[in-house]
Design a protein around this ligand. Structure first.
Ligand code: HEM
Ligand SMILES: *[C@@H]1O[C@H](CO)[C@@H](O)[C@H](O)[C@H]1NC(C)=O
Ligand SMILES: *[C@@H]1O[C@H](CO)[C@@H](O)[C@H](O)[C@H]1NC(C)=O
Ligand SMILES: *[C@@H]1O[C@H](CO)[C@@H](O)[C@H](O)[C@H]1NC(C)=O
Length: 320
C-alpha cells in the first residue's frame, strides 16, 4: 500500500516535471553541445551575410507574436496547410530560414530529435544580438514546436507599418502583455536590416508623407525606390549604420528619417517620446533595455506541455 502511494506520487512528479517551464542550460544532459553548435552556425552565416542577423531577429518577433515562440513561422506551405504564417503578406521579406535549417541539421547530427526548432530560433536571435554588437542576454530552453500555423493569424497579430501609436500599444500591451517600453525598445531593432520599397512607397507617392523628412525622402529613399519600378527594391532601415545593432535608430526617429510611419509614431506621446530621446542621447541605455525586452519576447506564450507540442525533425514541416 505504502509502495503504491510512493509509486503514484513518483509518477505524478514525473508528469509535472515533464510539463515544466523553461530553464537555463535545458539541454545540459540531453545535448550538451547544442548551444555551441547553434552559435557556430550563426557566426558562420553572419560572416558570409551580415544582413542575415536582421533576418533572424525579425523571425523571432514574427514567431513569438503569433501563437507564441513555437517555431510556427518556420513551417513551409504543404498540401495539408497551404497557407501557413510564412505566406501572409505581413511576412514579406522574411529571411534566415536556411540558417535555422543549417543549425538544426548540425544539431541533429549530434543529438537527433532532442532540440526544438523554437529553441533553435530563440538561441539564434540571442547569438545574432551578441555577434552584431555584444548585446548579451540569457535564453532558457524547453520550448516545444507548435503544429498550427495560419497566415490569417499572422495578419491579426503582427503590426503593419501603417499603425499609429494607439494601434501599436493595443497590440503590444493589450494583446501580448508587453509594456509600452518594450514597444519602444524593440522597435529599435529597425537599426539593422532592410525594407522592401513596396512597404514604404505609400509614404513617397503620390506625395511625400509630412511625417517623413522631405530631403531624406527625395535624396535617399526615392532614388532607390522609383515609382513604377518593375522590381521591388530594398532600402536600409537605418541609413546611418545599416548593419550595426546600435541606438542610431532613435536619432533617426527624432530626425524623421525612419522608413515606417509606425517608427515615427513613437514621437506622438510624451511617454514614448521621452524614451526615444533617452535612447538617442544616453549611450548604453538602449542596449541594456533591448537585452531585457528580447529575453522577454523570447518567452512569450511558449508551449511546454508535451501533449500540445513536439520536437520537429525538420523545422519546415510538422512531424507526420
Ligand atoms: C512595432 C511595430 C513593427 C512594425 C510595424 C514593423 C514593420 C516592419 C516592416 C514593414 C519591415 C520590412 C519588411 C520588408 O519590406 O521586407 C520590417 C523589417 C524588420 N523588422 Fe520590423 N516591425 C515592427 C517591430 C519589429 C520588432 C519588435 C522587431 C524585432 C525585435 C523587428 C525587427 C525587424 C528587422 C530586424 C527588420 C529587417 C529584416 C531584414 O532585414 O530582413 N521589427 N519591420
Ligand atoms: C545569465 O544567467 C547567469 C546564471 O543565472 C547569470 O550569472 C548571468 O549574470 C546572466 N547573464 C545575463 C546577461 O543576464
Ligand atoms: C503579464 O506580465 C506580467 C509581467 O510583466 C506577469 O506578471 C503576468 O503574469 C502576465 N500576465 C499574463 C496574463 O500573462
Ligand atoms: C506632453 O506634456 C506636455 C506638458 O508637459 C503637455 O502640454 C502636452 O499636451 C503633452 N503632449 C502629449 C502628446 O501628450
Amino acid at each position: 500500500m505504502k509502495n503504491k502511494a510512493f509509486l503514484f506520487s513518483f509518477l505524478f512528479l514525473c508528469l509535472t516535471v515533464q510539463s515544466n517551464s523553461l530553464s537555463l542550460d535545458y539541454y545540459k544532459h540531453t545535448c550538451p553541445e547544442a548551444e555551441n553548435i547553434i552559435k557556430f552556425a550563426i557566426a558562420r552565416a553572419l560572416e558570409d551575410y551580415p544582413g542575415i542577423g536582421a533576418g533572424i531577429i525579425r523571425l523571432l518577433f514574427h514567431d513569438c507574436f503569433v501563437r507564441g515562440c513555437d517555431g510556427s513561422v518556420l513551417l513551409d506551405p504543404s498540401p495539408k496547410n497551404p497557407k501557413p504564417e510564412r505566406s501572409a503578406p505581413t511576412n514579406i521579406g522574411l529571411r534566415g530560414f536556411e540558417i535555422i535549417d543549417e543549425a538544426k541539421r548540425l544539431v541533429e547530427v549530434f543529438c537527433p530529435g532532442v532540440v526544438s526548432c523554437a529553441d533553435i530560433l530563440a538561441y539564434s536571435a540571442r547569438d545574432a544580438a551578441e555577434l552584431l554588437n555584444g548585446i548579451r542576454y540569457n535564453v532558457s530552453g524547453g520550448r516545444l514546436d507548435g503544429k498550427v500555423s495560419s497566415a490569417d493569424e499572422a495578419e491579426e497579430n503582427l503590426p503593419p507599418h501603417t499603425f499609429n501609436l494607439k494601434q501599436l500599444k493595443h497590440l503590444f500591451v493589450k494583446k501580448k502583455n508587453m509594456t509600452t517600453e518594450d514597444l519602444v525598445v524593440l522597435s529599435g531593432a529597425h537599426t539593422i536590416g532592410r525594407s522592401h520599397c513596396s512597404s514604404i512607397s505609400s509614404r513617397l507617392y503620390p506625395s511625400i508623407d509630412p511625417t517623413l523628412d522631405a530631403t531624406f525622402a527625395k535624396k535617399t529613399l526615392s532614388p532607390q525606390c522609383p515609382p513604377y519600378a518593375k522590381k521591388d527594391g530594398v532600402v536600409h532601415l537605418d541609413h546611418l549604420s545599416p548593419d550595426t545593432l546600435d541606438s542610431d535608430y532613435y536619432k533617426n526617429v527624432l530626425d524623421r528619417t525612419v522608413v515606417f510611419f509606425s517608427d515615427w509614431s513613437l514621437l506622438t506621446s510624451n511617454e514614448t517620446k521621452k524614451l526615444v530621446v533617452e535612447y538617442a542621447t544616453t549611450p548604453g541605455d538602449w542596449e541594456k533595455d533591448f537585452a531585457e525586452s528580447m529575453a522577454k519576447l523570447s518567452e512569450l506564450d511558449v508551449i511546454t506541455d508535451p501533449t500540445k507540442g513536439e520536437i520537429r525533425k525538420n523545422c519546415r514541416a510538422v512531424n507526420y
